[in-house]
Ligand binder design. Structure first.
Ligand code: ADP
Ligand code: MG
Length: 710
């Protein structure tokens, strides 16, 4: 814990005051300090001040007991204790007290900390109580209410009482919002004159931001709603500003420090474009290729994110970039998150590569040892120009003659550490890095997660694609859906039917899928039906897949293994069973498997009739829009940023007050401000920027080495 204390950074100020252990604050002491450390990671005065309320209660209003209704979440009442009783023994002990205010009686109940409460609450005493009323028959009760003796209510200042994030353990030990208010008052009192401004005066003026000192006071003790809102905005802005500043500095630093291999020979690209490429590129594809080419010949290392919705044609862009590297005799890798996807990339690109006479290879976990060793030799000799693979290709034995470009597909599935391993594959000059994301990332998240990368977006689908029609059907309409499938198959189309993974247990999931398969066979006895799932042997899976790709089967029953990978233009119907069990982005990815040919495609989301509000929202979103970015935004709002990217490791910064799902506008402003300042003064030397520099110095003491992450 001691070590954690030292690692913990003081966000507020370099001044030792804010790094003092909370233990020494009046009203805390060693026991409470230990609890605050453990439960809320509050170690220092600075941490405490940054423990912001998550909501505020309006305590100007008192209710009568007779006014209480079922709809009230929290109420404040004033009354006198009539009697106090203890019930039960040991663990089932509880204490009750009857509170009357002349209009009725409310029973207060405690299950924990009874000894302590019994000392405080005696018959005849007057209290202001605050809590959530619950009805038992005709009786109203309130469990573990907050209590205040009338007349001392000034404790928390204005009429907005802050409510702090707490844990059960803290509550059981009587560390509640009221105590927090007391501690905040104490720490703010001692901090008087010590809270330094962290943003330049001009910036505060331009953005109408109140001072840091005022904001910290107002966030804990808001005098009115308007001041509270201004305090929030100021603190959010500051938090986002410093996150952005760090990312942009990192980007500038890399541009400055890391030279890039210069690739300026486009002869292969020209040949490919004029003689091999079977379709014209979209305007967006051309634009991003130009952006990437500009990076690759700039002499600086490229670190670029390529975003594009499913089906927008990122793979061909990747291939053309590889041809640019080939033009200067460099090798390229394309790393995919799954074996199936790596195989599909390999199959697709092999056609193009062989037409160009470009040696290409596939390296995955299931590549036999012999082949693998031979491949290692060819790679070291520089005889393989393009290597496609999975994680297997970042293993240490894989060495290159001259690696010039590393492309990572479906970025979000890779950990940051895995990506950074790609860097070490080239000993002299780092390879250029292109990260491709099929998951449209909401702008706010992209700015925070990849704020240090340059971004290219393919915002256009290839011509001739008809938007997929998406509908929602209840299981009770299965007969109509089956009829629709028959009609489509009659027209020569193929159909996917996808089942979710429901149970943790593979056995049950497989049973669920097999049951589905059986019912599909019964419903369509005259159709050829493929089945593919994760538990099948690789060659069996490939066999089934190939039959479907060649059009020998009409229906493909599958689990989400088809989420990435398969590309069958003739498949125009996607049925998703138990659609309520899938996440939004996953549904969008699945839907992206159809709509690749010239025919009208359909996606049918099957659900039971009973849907939670959130599931319904997901389904409706999908029915309403085909736009991956809109879907990603909705997902962010529904689930929150941490969830979207998969917890902490995802690199979503630890934000205390800003919310990436809600504060997009402030984020944009903060990012622009950070860019503007670094443009003028990249090393933060100007006098007016010293406040920023000081704050960064105090922050960077413990921040990890970001410069290696891309
Ligand atoms: P994603 O961006 O989802 O990876 P792909 O690269 O798999 O998309 O491309 C989807 C399909 O569109 C592929 O069959 C590809 O050959 C095709 N495609 C890509 N670009 C174009 C284009 N400009 N015109 C027509 N078809 C294209
Ligand atoms: Mg792709």
């Amino acid at each position: 814990m001691l070590c954690k204390f030292f690692v913990k950074i003081c966000f507020l100020d370099m001044a030792a005051f804010f790094e003092a252990s909370v233990e020494f604050l009046k009203g805390v002491g060693p026991q409470r300090a230990a609890l605050l450390n453990r439960e809320l990671s509050i170690f220092t005065y600075g941490d405490l001040l940054q423990h912001y309320p998550f909501r505020y209660e309006d305590r100007t209003r008192f209710y009568s007991i007779s006014d209480i209704t079922d709809e009230m979440p929290y109420v404040q009442l004033r009354g006198t204790i009539r009697r106090v009783d203890l019930h039960g023994m040991a663990r089932s002990r509880r204490m009750t007290a009857q509170l009357t205010d002349g209009t009725g009686t409310l029973e207060l109940v405690w299950f924990q900390g009874i000894r302590w409460i019994a000392e405080k609450v005696k018959p005849g005493m007057d209290f202001i109580v605050f809590g959530k009323p619950t009805r038992y028959g005709t009786k109203w009760t309130m469990a573990h209410p907050e209590l205040e003796v009338p007349g001392t209510a000034v404790e928390s200042g204005g009429s907005f009482h802050p409510v702090y994030p707490l844990t059960e353990k803290l509550r059981a030990r009587h560390i509640d919002s009221k105590l927090f208010s007391r501690l905040m008052r104490e720490v703010l009192h001692q901090a008087a004159g010590r809270i330094r401004e962290t943003l330049p005066r001009q910036l505060c003026a331009d953005k109408a931001l109140i001072s840091r000192n005022d904001a910290l006071h107002a966030i804990h003790f808001p005098p009115d709603l308007d001041t509270l809102n201004r305090a929030r905005r100021r603190l959010k802005f500051e938090e986002l500003f410093f996150t952005q500043l760090r990312l942009i500095q990192l980007k500038l630093l890399r541009k400055d420090k890391f030279p890039g291999q210069i690739f300026n020979n486009t002869s292969f690209v020209n040949t490919f474009y004029n003689e091999v490429l079977p379709f014209p590129l979209t305007g967006a594809q051309k634009r991003v290729i130009r952006e990437i080419y500009y990076d690759m010949k700039s002499g600086k290392q490229m670190n670029r994110l390529l975003q594009g919705d499913v089906g927008s044609g990122k793979t061909i862009v990747a291939f053309i970039c590889m041809l640019i590297a080939c033009g200067s005799h460099a090798q390229s890798v394309l790393m995919a998150p799954t074996e199936i996807l790596a195989q599909q990339h390999y199959q697709n690109l092999s056609r193009y590569a062989s037409a160009m006479g470009m040696p290409i290879a596939l390296l995955t976990g299931s590549t036999p040892k012999r082949t693998r060793q031979e491949m290692h030799r060819l790679l070291r000799a520089g005889l393989i120009k393009i290597l496609i693979g999975t994680h297997a290709l970042i293993e240490a034995e894989v060495q290159f003659h001259h690696l010039g470009l590393a492309i990572v597909d479906e970025q979000h599935r890779f950990g940051v550490a895995q990506r950074s391993k790609l860097w070490s594959k080239s000993d002299k000059v780092f390879p250029h890095i292109l990260v491709m994301s099929a998951t449209p990332i909401p702008r706010t998240l992209a700015m925070t997660l990849y704020g240090d990368l340059d971004v290219s977006v393919i915002d256009e689908l290839p011509k001739g694609r008809k938007p997929i029609k998406t509908v929602h059907r209840y299981d009770t309409h299965r007969l109509q859906v089956n009829q629709f499938i028959r009609d489509q198959v009659k027209e020569g189309r193929q159909v996917y039917i996808v089942y979710p993974l429901i149970d943790e247990s593979e056995k049950l999931d497989l049973k669920h899928l097999m049951d589905g398969y059986e019912s599909v066979r019964r419903a369509f006895p005259d159709y050829a039906i493929s089945i593919v799932h994760g538990k099948m042997k690789q060659d069996a899976r490939t066999y089934e897949m190939d039959r479907f790709v060649r059009g020998e089967t009409n229906v493909m029953v599958a689990t989400t293994v088809i989420e990435v990978g398969v590309d069958v233009p003739n498949a125009s119907v996607m049925i998703i069973e138990n659609a309520e069990r899938f996440g939004l982005l996953q549904l969008h990815q699945l839907r992206g498997r159809v709509g690749r040919g010239a025919d009208q495609s359909y996606c049918i989301l099957m659900t039971s009739a009973r849907l939670s509000a959130e599931s319904r929202k997901r389904i409706d979103t999908l029915v309403q829009t085909n736009n991956g970015f809109e879907i990603a935004e909705a997902d962010l709002t529904l689930r929150g940023p941490g969830d979207l990217m998969g917890t902490q490791q995802s690199g979503v910064p630890d934000l205390h007050i800003a919310d990436l799902a809600l504060d997009g506008d402030i984020l944009r402003e903060a990012r622009e401000a950070a860019i503007e300042i670094l443009d003028k003064d990249p090393d933060l030397r100007q006098a007016e920027h010293q406040v920023i520099a000081a704050r960064i110095r105090s922050q960077s003491k413990s921040s990890m080495n970001w410069s290696r992450i891309s």
